[in-house]
Design a protein around this ligand. Structure first.
Ligand code: ZN
Length: 401
């Protein structure tokens, strides 16, 4: 296809117009986005509800495609409507113009995370409806807010509503990402996020002395222990050629304390971003951290800035009909999927504890450089359209299980 053909393609236009609605954090006004999605639902003849589970600023848009056997557990096709902020000066294209270059690359925030899957689902449904297809199970296409800042005002609240309970959801597809090889990654689990803060108290006094048990010495001890742990994970990643999602990642992200250069401070604080691999014993790890606080000389307080519960992974392989159907549909297209633990967090972590078999999948492999949250985020028009064809194959397969 040529640029002119892509520019007149209806699906590409629907996608580009969706990208042009600025839904970047912070203080998002979702009004135009909701109106746009309602218009899309109307054009597909799908009933649509708008819910506000957390507050009136955070709408959840739910479209319904009734199945032939609506009594069966339903399937969610989920995406989030919010996107992360941009540094416009770092972009070579205006981030909300959805420019297309001669190669068909469409530049905009959200082209990979996750406006593309939102309208790809709709494009696939349009094609399937045109062929007269009706799913066996009811399909809900959900568009949720707030995912990029944790989903607390979006999916987390939505799954607690009566509306959600009545949907009787058994399975879901949510966002994945581009991959690093020809395989399409399918995320079946997420690591446990425990960002932690050490509040380190020590002997304060004049900077000309050598006081015992200073906060600086204790900080040094704690940072060393954490960095040794980090090094062990770097080694594991390299030696076993693992994916980031398979190991624990530890990064020092914040440091604070002190008043002036000749005063030994009473308090220093250090924060680590910590995402724990799914095979780690969380209780033992917490004990290890607490032991280090003691070994540092005491006076060290461990604060969990967030302490997620362990979420059991979604089953993969023959025991999960969703997995089987997805894999078969992809193999029929001569495409391969590969199970991975998602390195980041997605809304699937709120669905899994509700008994939903949740998989993360975006129809991109290494045909797309992974640029979510990056400058000049783009997707190629042909990759986008191929994604619709992939869903056109996947949706009948997974709704017929
Ligand atoms: Zn996302």
């Amino acid at each position: 296809m040529s640029k002119a053909e892509w520019e007149s393609n209806e699906e590409i236009n629907i996608f580009r117009n969706y990208l042009r609605i600025n839904t970047a954090h912070p203080n998002i006004d979702y009004t135009a986005c909701v109106e746009y999605l309602k218009k899309q639902a109307a054009s597909l003849d799908l009933p649509v509800d708008v819910l506000y589970p957390a507050n009136e600023d955070n709408p959840v848009v739910v479209m319904k495609w009734e199945g032939k056997q609506p009594e069966l557990p339903s399937i969610i096709l989920n995406s989030h409507t919010d996107v992360v902020p941009v540094y416009p000066e770092k972009w070579t294209h205006e981030p909300f113009a959805a420019d297309m270059d001669d190669e068909g690359r469409i530049f905009a925030r959200g082209t990979q995370d996750t406006k593309e899957i939102g309208t790809q689902y709709l494009g696939a449904i349009r094609a399937l409806k045109a062929k007269g297809f009706q799913p066996k199970r009811t399909v809900y296409i959900t568009f949720v807010p707030d995912e990029e800042v944790g989903g607390h005002l979006g999916m987390r609240e939505f799954v607690e509503t009566d509306y959600f309970k009545k949907m009787n959801v058994g399975f879901s597809l949510d966002e994945g990402s581009a991959s690093f090889d020809e395989n399409y990654y399918v995320y079946y689990a997420e690591r446990t996020a425990w960002p932690i803060r050490f509040k380190i108290s020590g002997t304060a006094g004049h900077g000309s002395l050598l006081l015992p048990k200073t906060a600086g010495e204790k900080l040094n001890f704690i940072v060393n222990k954490m960095m040794e742990y980090r090094a062990s994970q770097v080694k594991l990643l390299k030696e076993k050629s693992l994916f980031f999602g398979d190991v624990t990642t530890i990064n020092l992200t914040q440091l604070s304390g002190g008043v002036q250069n000749n005063v030994v401070p009473a308090l220093l604080e250090v924060v680590f971003d910590l995402r724990i691999a799914i095979d780690v014993d969380l209780e033992a790890l917490e004990k290890q951290f607490r032991d280090w606080c003691e070994e540092a000389g005491g006076g060290v307080e461990l604060v969990f800035e967030r302490k997620d519960d362990f979420v059991p992974p979604t089953k993969i392989g023959a025991s999960n009909p969703l997995w089987v159907a997805l894999e078969k549909a992809m193999n029929d297209l001569n495409l391969k999927i590969k199970p991975q633990v998602c390195p980041g967090g997605t809304d699937s972590r709120y669905l899994r504890p509700k008994g939903v078999s949740a998989l993360g999948f975006s129809p991109m492999n290494n045909n797309t450089p992974p640029l979510p949250h990056d400058h000049d985020e783009f997707i190629r028009a042909d990759v986008y359209l191929h994604g619709i064809e992939i869903y056109e194959k996947i949706i009948p397969a997974i709704t017929d299980i």
